[in-house]
Design a protein around this ligand. Sequence first.
Ligand code: GLN
Length: 509
Amino acid sequence: MSSDSSGICTATALELGRRIRIGEQTSTEITRAFLERIEAVEPAVHAFLAVDGERALVQAAAVDARVAAGEPPASPLAGVPIAVKDLFCYAGLPTTAASKMLEGWIPPYNSTVVQRLLDAGLVILGKTNLDEFATGSSTESSAYGPTRNPWDLERVPGGSGGGSAAALAAFEAPLAIGTDTGGSIRQPASMTGTVGVKPTYGGVSRFGIIAMASSLDQAGPCARNAADAAALHVVIAGHDAADSTSLDEPVPDVVAAAGAADVTGMRIGVVSQLGGEGYAAGVERCFTESVELLRQAGAEVIEVSCPSFAQALAAYYLIMPSELSSNLARYDAMRYGLRVGDDGSTSAESVMRRSRGAGFGAELKRRIVLGTYALSAGYYDAYYGSAQKMRTLIARDFAAAFDRVDVLVSPVAPTTAFRLGERVGDPLAMYKGDLCTLPANLAGVAAGSFPAGRSPEDGLPVGFQVMAPVLGDDRVYRVGAALERLAGTADFCRQAPVLPVAENGEASK
Ligand code: GLN
């Protein structure tokens, strides 16, 4: 990267918050630096679907005015910019879910997560790219073109939240928000050398998030280090009466856990089913070395068998499309969204058919057909019913494991970032990459991805997954932060290659 004299874009989010609080830098100055960086590298990365510079600067000025007036900051992250996955309603800005179906749709209200960000004084830079309706593992199913991985522009940044992860790795934002239904926060974090946490199901409100599979969807923080992620976690987590599945429990003390970063005496279970055949040697190597670092730091490492995890892929790819197909039924061209072929003479059915045909991409259609089939009379018990039984067995495996250990660990994905186009024509190969992340969604437990170094095979980032029991989110951060300290990966993204910078854009460091 070229010079960034004020060191804004590479600073941590908490450091930026501190500078704003003590008056060393203004939120306006910081926000401008990120907007310039976005302008400079977006032609290469395409992490954003919408940049909202004007409103961001208004929000920044409001924080600066509070600081100038000597008022206490709304949170440690007040004035710090953030990027939000384009699946969250944010009044006044289009929310597309990366689909043609919602092109140009502007929500009239804020999702709870967005509202909490604004209440905490964060500055929203814009909306990030994703696979269409969050269905995918590469951002290639976005109707607006893929995002590229800042570590290697010929490779995917993972998905579905590839835009949020790439924005962090490209230093376009110090923080981002994602959602994780089957791994969409963790797998992109793994592939971009960033941190991403899927909180316990119900830990963060789903109100105002475009639904994918409601019993699995969970919003969470994305950052470049564990402490920043924890600080963001507490801003967005906590009970919300507007979401019936929101947990009415205290938010685990993830900030203290990330600060402690200590695994002495912790029992860490290595899942024997997640690894081995089919996993890249470089991924296995980084994983084994990370486990060894934790062991040397005082953790007790135990091998744990979770036999039902082998069924997670089949269970997920029945339950998720079933819920997805029902959630997508609302895009009927009658209430909002795309409407095609309505000349006043055609039937409602034909308008619906044409609109859905034009509005949804191929991957989404594949899943709608799968889900509708799995739910149809005569097949319901055989498919959806069996998948729910497998889900119960997976939850039991977790429960039995957490009787013996404090956390479970595994790779996040069997490979590092793959090449753009490599898996587009082979949906099963794409799905198989989700193997390690799906069990946590099916059981609703907390899980996160933290950098475990670079693969000796291709030099690309490898993530380390930490899973903890329901409401044990603090353990995820404790282990993740410890690994970050032991492996020296707090500033991991600085190792990424220099990105090409647009002609007239002024790059910051
Ligand atoms: N890759 C998974 C899928 O395609 C996960 C998606 C997600 O978590 N939103 O379904």
